[in-house]
Structure formats: C-alpha cells, structure tokens
Design a protein around this ligand. Structure first.
Ligand code: ZN
Length: 151
C-alpha cells in the first residue's frame, strides 16, 4: 500500500468516526443543504461570516465515510479564510479529486490535509461524495436557496 493510501484511510476513518465542527450553528449567517442521491449523502452546512471572511463553520447530516470526512476536514480548513481564498482552494481540491492534477508537493502544498482525498480520483462516484460538502458550502456562501444536488 502506498503512503497516500495509508494516510488516506487513516485520516478519513478518524474524521468519519469523530467529525469536527459537527452540529447546528444557531447564529449562522447563511446555510445550505446538499444531497448526493447516488450515494445517499445529505448534509447542511452553516456559515458565520464577518465582512468577506468565514469566521465559523459547522455541518450536520448523514452520509458515507468519504462525505463525512470531507465535510469535517473542510470545516477545519475554512475558518479565517476569505471567499476568494476558499474558491481558489476549492478549484485546486476539485482538480485533484477529478484527477486533473496529481498531488505533487507544489499542487497540494497549501491543500494540507485535503490532499488525502487524492485517493478518490479513480472513483467517479466517490468524487461526488468528496465534493458535495464543498458545493453545499459554496451555495451557502453565495446565499443560494436551492438544495445542491450532485445529480
Ligand atoms: Zn457518499
């Protein structure tokens, strides 16, 4: 097993078992719902925003290990970031999980723990699980009222 595969499993299992920032955020400024019918993942992402900066983020819902771990790790990486920084990070994350870039040091240096999701790039269904929390969070950030669906 490669280094990435081992790391991938360990980090994802840990975040699935003990999701960080899990639960409602009563004083949220915006929120959105996401739904991945292909796998059955459902979640709600809550954001607290000050000016253009995300100051707090939480999520709740139920899904597979990949979607729960992706949401958990996402919430850890967003706090203190501006909307532009978050969108730039999502573009890199998306390029990596869809296999358009490889996790070279340069490409993933600032993706940090998100690099563990490189392992889903060979599995189109899993890519939807990993990106659902991000699409949902971006909908909340842009105050879109529609429920995000991967289908
Ligand atoms: Zn899933």
């Amino acid at each position: 097993m490669s280094y990435f595969n081992e790391l991938y499993q360990e980090v994802i299992l840990d975040h699935n078992k003990r999701p960080r920032n899990f639960g409602e955020l009563p004083e949220a400024d915006c929120q959105a719902d996401g739904n991945n019918p292909l796998c059955g993942d459902r979640l709600t992402v809550y954001l607290k925003i000050d000016g253009n900066t995300v100051t707090d983020v939480r999520f709740k819902g139920a899904g597979c290990a990949i979607s729960t771990a992706s949401a958990s790790i996402m919430t850890e990486t967003l706090k203190g970031k501006t909307a532009e920084e978050i969108e730039r990070m999502f573009r890199k994350f998306h390029a990596m999980v869809t296999g358009k870039t490889t996790p070279s040091a340069e490409a993933t240096a600032d993706l940090g723990k998100l690099a563990v999701f490189e392992g889903v790039s060979g599995y189109p269904v899993r890519v939807k699980c990993a990106t659902l929390p991000w699409h949902t969070m971006l909908a909340a950030l842009h105050h879109s009222d529609d429920t995000v669906s991967t289908e």
